[in-house]
Write a protein that binds this ligand. Structure first.
Ligand SMILES: [Mn+2]
Length: 341
């Protein structure tokens, strides 16, 4: 964290503050872990923090220390508004622009009189905070919360609760330390968190060993539908509404399925097409390795976007037409796909 930002933060926190900590819409492990970790830290310094999430967070995070106190804006609008009105400071974590909270909450944030502090690792941070701690090279916002504590000279405040939350955030945002964003420093921070009481094996179990039998059956269907196009270094999965219905599909059940397609040797581009009859769309998730930009692909063909190696989008054509179109445009990318690695 830069010196001038550290100084600004130290001034902001010089006396006890009422703080609201906000994560992004559809909060993931890093959003929840970093917000809760920071909340425990600010409490240990004598402040009064509250964590607000725009909407509910996944069940696999519902064991994190402090998670029972998270205010879900969608469910508790009045309480949230009151907390924002009373707040001296608003920390926004793990997002780069206020539209990432979505809906009415965005307006509340835009009109808030409290001072903002941003901690985030996404590209192109918007300028709404008096202190913006942004670093796109960081593995996760949770790692940044540790560096934030360090910059304030307060790592002695690292408790088991903080350690578990931050470790979970780092672990989930790095795909268990697999992605290129896991630096030597990330591992050093993780080691400190383990020393402070984050038990890696238990955290892994709590987060990853939570599959329902229905989800495993659905994964079986997905893998059975996997198509590999070796000459195009591409693999895709299709899921019809009927297949989802037959396996008692619940929101989140297909999360991560696309990664199985990407794990096939030689594949650099993986994509999953999921029929959604209710919304009359096909939901699409895209993943890649190396230089092949699924952000561009999703923008060009599926009115979506994301990051270079992970993106999402949708098609308003039916599933068959969507697949046929995909197969017809894919050969145009042959060179890019071949040279990706
Ligand atoms: Mn993150």
């Amino acid at each position: 964290m830069k010196k001038d930002i550290t100084e600004t933060v130290i001034k902001l926190l010089a006396s006890p503050q009422k703080v609201v900590i906000v994560g992004h819409k559809n909060p993931d492990g890093d959003a929840v872990g970093s917000c809760l970790g920071l909340s425990f830290f600010l409490k240990s310094l004598g402040h009064s923090p509250n964590v607000i999430m725009p909407n509910d967070f996944p069940d696999f995070l519902k064991w994190l220390p402090g998670c029972e106190d998270i205010v879900i804006y969608e469910k508790e609008v009045e309480k949230s508004k009151e907390l924002f009105e009373k707040a001296d400071l608003i920390f926004t974590l793990d997002f780069n622009s206020l539209d990432r909270v979505g809906g009415e909450l965005q307006t509340i944030l835009e009109n808030a009189t409290a001072k903002f502090v941003m901690i985030d690792h996404h590209q192109q941070p918007a300028e709404y905070a008096v202190a913006t701690y942004s670093d796109v090279k960081m593995s996760s916002t949770s790692e940044m919360v540790y560096h934030f504590m360090d910059a304030l000279g307060e790592t002695s405040k690292l408790s088991k609760e903080i350690a578990i939350n931050l470790y979970t955030g780092i672990m989930t945002d790095t795909g268990s330390f697999r992605f290129a964003s896991s630096s030597p420093t990330t591992h050093r921070v993780a080691a400190k968190l383990i020393e402070a009481g984050a038990e890696s094996a238990i955290i892994n179990q709590n987060v990853y060993d939570t599959n329902s039998p229905d989800r495993m059956k659905l994964l079986g269907v997905a893998l059975n539908n996997l198509v590999i196009l070796p000459e195009l270094h591409t693999a895709y999965i299709t899921m019809t509404q009927k297949e989802l219905d037959d396996n008692n599909f619940k929101k989140g059940d297909t999360e991560g399925f696309v990664n199985y397609a990407l794990s096939v040797k030689g594949v650099v581009f993986a994509i999953i097409f999921i029929e959604n009859k209710q919304e009359s769309i096909v939901k699409i998730s895209l993943r890649s390795k190396g230089d092949f930009s699924v952000n561009d692909f999703a923008r060009n063909h599926y009115s979506g976007g994301g990051h270079i190696n992970a993106a999402g989008g949708k098609s308003s054509q039916d599933l068959n037409k969507t697949i046929n179109e995909f197969i017809s445009i894919l050969p145009r990318y042959k060179n890019e796909l071949t040279d990706a690695l």
